[in-house]
Design a protein around this ligand. Sequence first.
Ligand code: ADP
Ligand code: F6P
Length: 320
Amino acid sequence: MKRIAVLTSGGDCSGMNAAIRAVVRAGLSNNLEVIGIQKGYQGLIDQQYELLTTKSVSSKLQVGGTFLQSARCLEMLEEAGQNLAIDNLKEMGIDGLVIIGGDGSHRGALKLQKRGIQVMAIPASIDNDIPFTDMSLGVDTALNNIIHAVDCLRDTASSHDRTFVVETMGRNCGYLALVAGIACGAEYALIPESSFDIDEICGNLRRRFQEGRDNSIIMIAEGAGKAQDVADQIKDRIGFETRIMVLGHYQRGGSPSSFDRLLAARVGVTAVEALLQGESGEMLGLSCGAVVQTDLEKVVQAGRRQIDETLLKLAATLGI
Ligand code: ADP
Ligand code: F6P
């Protein structure tokens, strides 16, 4: 093996740069050339790439996003696009590819692997919806972003006897809203995995204010509904002055947390070592603190990661 490549695909997240850096440094330590493919699979198809050196990844570790950029590439969904990507990889002399991205990116990785490309995949998505890993890259930083925002909102809410409804990302997965709800002591975490009753919520909000509480925080995952709709329903039912905050893409950015930096270093280096050992078609996840490999076919077939029942129980016990 002489030359490997790395790309970031799908929604960006914090820690991607740190993972690219780990791949580059591990590659160079093992006398490999490392190529950075720009804009995910689009760069493979359009042959947009650059040779990466230690200088290319200098001072990138602490920066959010991905300096290789990311993209959603429709051509890659078609066989013709996949064939072109494979032809280009061969033309570029790439012996192994590290793909950093979410579940869609892993599906693309599996297609390449099945056509004979040596690939390793690193789960990266703030949604934490990828199976066979306790944490994906970017989740911890996103949670820290959310927690910072909610703590700020709590300050202003309590100054005005207000309720805030805070909408998180996560697609169809309630992980971010649930865990942030636990970490911020929210009154509710509305997630797609559990049903909720708006009348019961309103009854509780009224009781809280009657008891002298000066604020309430309701987290809602984007997959469970819109913050504005919940706020409108509260206003209509009990007349409470309710404000909303849709956290949106703010959650995806910012300097990676120490957890994400360490995770990126561990999985980035392991990916290169696995390629050197001739392994392929595996995703590098985290299980009980250890880096573990799972067959990409198994990952893709499993679909979305289910929410951890113990977290649901924890939230319920805490009254969320
Ligand atoms: P994420 O990787 O964050 O889940 P997407 O689901 O948008 O983001 O997937 C990223 C990219 O991966 C897509 O734009 C596409 O290029 C590629 N991809 C997704 N699904 C497939 C598939 N079934 N076959 C081949 N490539 C895919
Ligand atoms: O998958 C990551 C994610 O940030 C989701 O939480 C969100 O629903 C989606 O991507 C947003 O996608 P885009 O960046 O294309 O608006």
